[in-house]
Write a protein that binds this ligand. Structure first.
Ligand code: GDD
Length: 429
């Protein structure tokens, strides 16, 4: 029997994802029509021996409850949300809830960061881990990054034959390796003995400080306090994977992840795509509108047959797309209304927002450089050195109103704004 843990953090995390995370927890933001962590769960349920998924974070229970119940019913698998009383760091929560993870004596468990997206090769990762010596406590899924970008991740040096990790440095200040930690692991249950050692040594340290560091004494950093000391002891292994992987940090990465998850649907869920030539089962068999693959359209959305969608577009539940609308490389969230002849490019339109007719909503993508091998998504800061907004995708928060015949370029609009004019490179607060 196997289990999986998904780490989702809490409301104070994911600040670079604002304003998209202002009205919903970031792990539930829909990409390719499914909440970010539903993609993790879909990868987990592919393994027949995987019997339970524990989502650990410090979002209030009420914000995660509906999602957990819906998915539990959908996949007939045990899914639970375990709420930390405060931020316990990347492994403090796993230690705190150790009895829940160990219950039923699983042979091993996966740990997945909730803010990554990938074609999760969990079966291969488990088999790899299983074939390591019995001393193996953790196997890290690793990918290669461009030399200048690798320092923004956990960097590892490992033996290409045995997979044994000899060095692990979290976000080093200078170059260590181009192999990085993907935030996806398999762990043996013996890892809890290591976590207990770290916890108890911290408790001793904690009681000898007057002020501590402001964090709870159960706060443990997986990377610095567990992985780094495990390197070089034949207990930490890495499996390099060539398949697609990315972080989801800044809001711009949602558009990039959307494109890749839609692409993956071709292999995993072709029925979810409204690609050209594919007819929707529930209507009269006509194509909904002109489609450039890949496009996802929620069955409850209405799309005028003269609209042109794609490539890489996701349309949420209850959305209404009027005549002559053109949408490319964008996500339109539930119940938004896009009026006649409007153009949406490299943008995210928030829940319940309305874009008037003959308007243009356009952003600038921040995709990885296609000419650099292994390049990953850049997460540029919002503002450049001159204090100006860096060009980014355009984001309309929830319930924003854009009047007719306006242009919104590289701008971020906070929820509930009623715009009266055009904007370029601005944050509308
Ligand atoms: N439950 C819980 N509690 N989860 C947390 C907490 C916490 O207090 N803090 C962070 N997390 C979750 C986040 O939601 C995320 O899914 C994961 O743990 C890692 O979060 P960060 O602390 O933001 O680390 P990072 O993303 O900058 O770097 C980590 O992931 C990279 C891959 O995406 C590291 O593991 C890097 O080494 C790695 O390359």
């Amino acid at each position: 029997m196997l289990k999986a843990v998904i780490l989702v953090g809490g409301p104070q995390k994911g600040t670079r994802f604002r304003p998209l995370s202002l009205d919903m927890p970031k792990p539930l933001f829909p990409i390719a029509g499914r909440p970010i962590i539903q993609h993790h769960i879909e990868a987990c349920v592919q393994l027949p021996n995987l019997k339970e998924i524990l989502i650990i974070g410090y979002y209030p229970q009420a914000e995660m409850e509906n999602f957990v119940v819906t998915l539990q019913n959908l996949y007939s698998i045990n899914i639970r949300y375990l709420q930390e009383f405060t931020s316990l760091g990347t492994v403090g929560g796993m230690y705190h809830f150790r009895d829940q993870i160990r219950a039923g004596n699983p042979k091993a468990f996966f740990v997945l960061n909730g803010d990554v997206c990938a074609d999760f090769p969990l079966r291969d990762l488990y088999e790899f881990h299983n074939q390591r010596p019995a001393s193996a406590l953790v196997t890290i899924m690793s990918t290669e990054a461009a030399r200048q970008q690798a320092i923004h991740y956990g960097c590892l040096v490992f033996d290409r034959v045995s997979g044994a990790v000899s060095h692990y440095v979290e976000k080093p200040s200078s170059y260590v390796s181009t192999f990085i930690n993907c935030g996806v692991y398999v762990c043996s249950l013996h890892i809890f003995a290591k976590l207990a050692e770290v916890f108890h040594s911290k408790v001793q340290e904690f009681s000898s400080y007057v002020n501590g560091n402001g964090k709870d004494q159960g706060h443990i950093r997986w990377e610095q306090e567990v992985l780094t000391p495990l390197a070089g002891t034949n207990q930490l292994y890495a499996m390099p994977v060539p398949s697609w992987w990315s972080q989801i940090k800044a809001a711009g990465s949602a558009i990039y992840a959307n494109r890749h998850y839609l692409e993956l649907y071709k292999k995993t869920h072709p029925e979810r795509l409204a690609n050209s030539g594919v007819k929707r089962g529930e209507d009269d068999g006509n194509l909904i509108c002109t489609i450039f693959p890949d496009v996802y359209i929620h069955p409850s959305a209405t799309v005028h047959h003269t609209a042109v969608l794609g490539p890489n577009v996701s349309i949420g539940a209850g959305v209404s797309i009027s005549a002559g609308v053109r949408i490319r490389e964008s996500i339109v969230l539930e119940n938004a209304l896009i009026k006649e002849h409007t153009l949406i490019l490299h943008s995210i339109v928030g829940r319940g927002s309305v874009v008037g007719q003959w308007s243009r909503v356009e952003g600038t993508p921040s995709d990885p450089d296609p000419n650099k091998p292994f390049a990953k998504m850049e997460n540029p800061p919002l503002f450049n050195k001159e204090g100006k907004l860096n060009p980014s995708i355009t984001i309309l928060g929830c319930f924003v109103q854009v009047p007719s015949e306006k242009i919104l370029l590289n701008s971020i609009v906070l929820p509930h704004k009623e715009l009266a004019r055009s904007f370029k490179n601005e944050i509308i607060l």
